[in-house]
Design a protein around this ligand. Sequence first.
Ligand code: ADP
Ligand code: MG
Length: 419
Amino acid sequence: MKHGINTIDDYNVNGKTVLLRVDINEPIDKENRKLKDITRIEGCIPTIKELSDKKAKVVILAHQGSDIEYQSYYDLSLHAQAIRELTGMPVEFVPDVCGPYAVERIKAMKPGDIVLLDNVRFMAEEMTLFETKLNLTPEQQAQTLVVRRLAPLADLYVCDAFAAAHRSQPTLVGFEQVLPSAMGRLFEKEYTIISDILKSPARPCVFVLGGAKIQDTFMMMDKVLKEGAADLVLTGGLVANVMAVAKDIDIGKASEDFIYKKNLEECIETAREILDAYGDKIVVPEDFAYVEGETRREVNVEDVPQDKLLVDIGHKTIAKYEQIIREAGTVFMNGPMGVFEKKPSEDGTKAVCEAAADTKGLSVIGGGDSVSAANLFGVSERIGYICTGGGALVRFLSGEELPVVKALKNARTKQGCDL
Ligand code: ADP
Ligand code: MG
């Protein structure tokens, strides 16, 4: 037991069927059918190996893609191949989540076997929207199909998905209601490290928030400013574009349409409220970049063209951010500053990654794409702490109780330690 949660050490898993929920949501190159990064997969390998070595039947559950990047819903066959290579063990990919085929394959498992079920977000009940629009209680989540079908086949639920610990969804908080439960080794490690950081963050504590998960980011921005965890927030990516609109800055029709197309207009209102309350603590870019053909062009906020998407922060903003980051006591980065996957729009993300690597203070990077960026720009080794979780990390740091942590703690009291 650690932090009031059971660990794998609390159970004898020999011969038992373990449902292992991991977060291996990775950027995918669909054209070439390749994973562009495998950091998160590497992160959960120790738990998978340990359970298999201890002769558990390991049934892995995972998601790929979110509603905001709808296109990245994808099956998990590539992930299975990566787990095979990293563990050196046979891993069966089952292209089914909880239908008759999945049930049949689980029943056929032998001790030590590893099976990866398909993308749990193929189940409507697991969708991200579920969390924001329907708000089911954990008890109601235990009534969802995936839990009703799989729980009876299992002896233990292990959650290693710290990166998804802020999501209240069936495969994350439902199983704890009905099965003995534990956290996996990666969960244990990440939760311990960030708990330690939270005790005394060195000041000034600077949050660098960008990327495209706008709803999540605004929720956490509000929280970290309200709770005083953040002394300053530097914005980039789509977050900055929305902030600019909220400040009545003309970001051009193309970029504004992009925000509406992604159904993010609600966020503009949220951004206004945050600016009203904490405007002096939020930095919005003074210049931006767009791409014409293959060429990067930069403009001040006053001169943004109507027909170009703003895809990065400009170099005046970069210079300002670099200095603030270098002198911070603590830097938390979540969400890239621009479309860093393309060369002409990588400058902002590259520069803040390098500044974070050089900072005098402690640097922490969280989020799937942010971690890929740190790898791409070769700074990972010099970052204080790389966390597989983005949303979970920042919410935890802002003092929120993570739904999965809560469910795991309750499971300890409710389900006990006997298998
Ligand atoms: P993380 O995975 O680190 O939490 P997100 O998933 O929120 O980050 O955002 C990453 C994505 O945001 C990247 O694919 C990147 O291309 C995209 N992005 C960054 N800046 C912009 C922008 N200005 N316009 C559109 N997309 C952007
Ligand atoms: Mg992402």
